[in-house]
Design a binder for this molecule. Structure first.
Ligand SMILES: *Cc1c(COP(=O)(O)O)cnc(C)c1O
Length: 382
């Protein structure tokens, strides 16, 4: 049996989530936009309930949740929607070099359209420098977008501090919380977040269902919509609602909210056990990213010196992890995140482990044993 330790790439749907979704494919198939009959009302009720559940996970109110197809779309809507809406006020945007592609490429497109974009560097643990953020703000700055948690090295940014800086300057703060939601506590008010992207399939919900939190109060945020049409979702995102997906996203958020206090420490302990096993048996294990509170509890990202990335990938067999070379001279290119933290210049091979709801101690021990064996057989240390 293969061992799945790639929960940052996607997660299975929780059976409880699936149970909640199923009726909305068949008997309860109504369109929430149908205002004239009970089929529509029933669907609308389900969507309303899901909106409450998603809002509940991040300390928002239901009216501040816009359903989308996932975090990529939410990121596009948040960033392009703000840039277009506030263009008159200024053309300067700030983000970080370690963001997800759906953020970076959106900013690159805006750069091509004449916006001035600052890509903040990060330190060796993946954190942005708050003084550098302060120093980058100008009267022309309209938006700061910094992810809540990194999808490769698990760095959890200091959202509260960032939000304090942006709100004091009246700058919109967007955060991509695709990896953080349901894993670490998030509170849009404590962190002064104006826009937050979420996605179902990273937290045991379905693929193709996501949300964007859009602040309604203090002050109400105006976004330029990116998909025109029937004016669904408060005019921000037209298109018939994906009711089963939305119900699933709501159920997933609700389970995360109630189980996070026990689930996250369990995964942190398993993650620490995995790292301890690797370190006990291998001489050169480099951890990429911070350890401790600044890291997602279910993430471990390590580089093994003296191992060729491609050979590791071949030998790792039925261990489902994400591998990447840290070696810029190898045929595999180092990721932009490893480059940003300065981990790409030394030869070695990296593995990202993503633990999740169904990861067991036995699986962690088997995975560690497997990795140790493979690395030992491939490692050439000089
Ligand atoms: C997975 C991921 C996304 C993209 O989410 P989709 O729902 O697949 O579009 C965006 N940002 C981060 C940090 C992610 O991990």
């Amino acid at each position: 049996m293969p061992i799945y330790l790639d929960y940052h790439a996607t997660t299975p749907v929780d059976p409880r989530v699936l149970d909640a979704m199923l009726p909305y494919f068949t008997q309860r198939f109504g369109n929430p936009a149908s205002r004239q009959h009970s089929f529509g009302w029933d669907a609308q009720k389900a969507v309303d309930a899901a909106r409450e559940q998603v809002a509940g996970l991040i300390g928002a109110s239901a009216g501040e949740i816009v359903f989308t197809s996932g975090a990529s779309e939410s990121n596009n809507l948040a960033i392009k929607g703000t840039a277009c809406a506030l263009r008159e006020r200024g053309n300067h945007l700030i983000t970080a070099v370690t963001e997800h592609k759906s953020v970076l490429d959106t900013f690159k497109r805006l750069q091509g359209e004449g916006f001035d974009v600052t890509f903040l560097p990060v330190d060796s643990d993946g954190f942005i420098d708050l003084d550098q953020l302060r120093g980058s703000l100008s009267d022309k700055t309209i938006l700061v977008s910094v992810m809540a948690a990194n999808n490769e090295i698990g760095t959890v940014q200091r959202l509260n501090e960032i939000g304090a800086i942006t709100s004091a300057r009246g700058v919109i703060f967007h955060t991509d919380a695709a990896q953080a939601a349901g894993k670490v506590p998030l509170d849009v008010n404590a962190a002064n977040v104006d826009l937050m992207s979420l996605t179902g399939h990273k937290c045991y919900g379905p693929k193709g269902a996501g949300a964007l939190f859009v602040r309604r109060r203090k002050p109400k945020l105006q976004l330029a919509c990116q998909i025109d049409g029937g004016g669904h979702e408060g005019g921000l995102r037209s298109g018939t609602l994906n009711v089963p997906g939305i119900v699933g996203l709501g159920a997933a958020a609700d389970i995360c909210r109630s189980e996070m206090p026990s689930e996250s420490p369990r995964l942190r302990d398993l993650r620490d056990r995995l790292l301890a096993s690797l370190r006990a048996s291998l001489p050169h294990v480099r951890v990429n990213g911070a350890l401790g509170d600044g890291r997602l509890p279910h993430n471990l990202h390590v580089t093994f010196d003296g191992v060729e990335g491609e050979r590791l990938l071949m030998a790792i067999g039925d261990l489902a992890v994400s591998t990447g070379s840290a070696c810029s001279s190898g045929s595999q290119r180092a990721s932009h995140v490893l480059e940003a933290i300065g981990a790409a210049d030394r030869p070695g091979a990296s593995i990202r482990f993503g633990l999740g709801r169904w990861t067991t101690e036995a699986e962690i021990d088997a995975a560690a044993e497997r990795v140790v064996k493979v690395v030992r057989s491939l490692q050439v240390l000089t």
